[in-house]
Write a protein of this length. Structure first.
Length: 221
């Protein structure tokens, strides 16, 4: 005679769909604020003199430090959003898509923090001896831009595409939002690297997914 299976433990408040939605909305707001601040900086193709002048401004330096602090909190909110969704999907998730989903989320957060960290480090240290060479400053800033404008949107594209696929299979999102997700993933992957506007759309997409989770929460019960 086999022992009866233990009853499933009740969900804690932090694991609820409401918690995921709140984390998603928080990420959308914080991430949008980070991008709005970062977009004030010179573009990747800007002349070296313009880059040095902008990062040497103490006022800009303060805004960059603030952006990095906001980015850290947005990363926490995003990972909480991802964690709750994975827990609620549970055994219904496809292992392949679940692995890509989680990996792209972690890589996105890592690229965001590393890219912004390099840019903020330049802004804070630009007066020190190690960064007095103009070429060093320009190379460091452009490395940060390449991470944030080229690599990061590709990870966002993978995350959006896999999330849309998982949502389509589980019914967690409306069909129109799944289609929008696939189209947006293509935009993130294919648009010119110097166009930063699609990055703002990622926060809006997460907010739409959060709203959809609230509306269709019964799919996760």
């Amino acid at each position: 005679m086999t022992d009866p299976e233990p009853a499933a433990a009740p969900d804690r408040p932090g694991y609820s769909i409401e918690a995921a939605a709140i984390a998603g909305f928080a990420f959308a707001v914080l991430y949008g604020a980070v991008l709005l601040i970062f977009m004030q900086a010179p573009a990747l193709t800007a002349p070296g003199d313009e880059i040095i002048s902008w990062y040497s401004d103490p006022g800009h330096r303060g805004w960059m430090v603030a952006a990095f602090n906001l980015a850290a909190f947005s990363a926490i909110a995003f990972l909480w959003f991802v964690g709750v969704i994975r827990r609620r999907i549970g055994e219904r998730e496809d292992q392949f898509f679940a692995t890509v989903f989680l990996s792209s989320a972690i890589l996105f957060v890592a690229l965001m923090l590393v890219g912004l960290g390099i840019a903020v480090a330049v802004a804070v240290s630009i007066g020190e001896t190690v960064l007095q060479g103009a070429s060093t400053i320009v190379v460091a800033v452009r490395a940060a831009d390449l991470i944030l404008v080229v690599a990061m949107p590709r990870m966002q594209a993978v995350f959006v595409a896999t999330t849309s696929t998982i949502a389509w299979r589980t019914g967690a999102m409306a069909r129109w939002l799944v289609i929008v997700g696939y189209l947006f993933a293509a935009v993130l992957a294919l648009v010119p690297v110097f166009l930063e506007i699609p990055g703002l759309g990622f926060g809006l997409w997460v907010a739409l997914v959060s709203a959809s989770l609230l509306v269709r929460r019964e799919r996760f019960e």
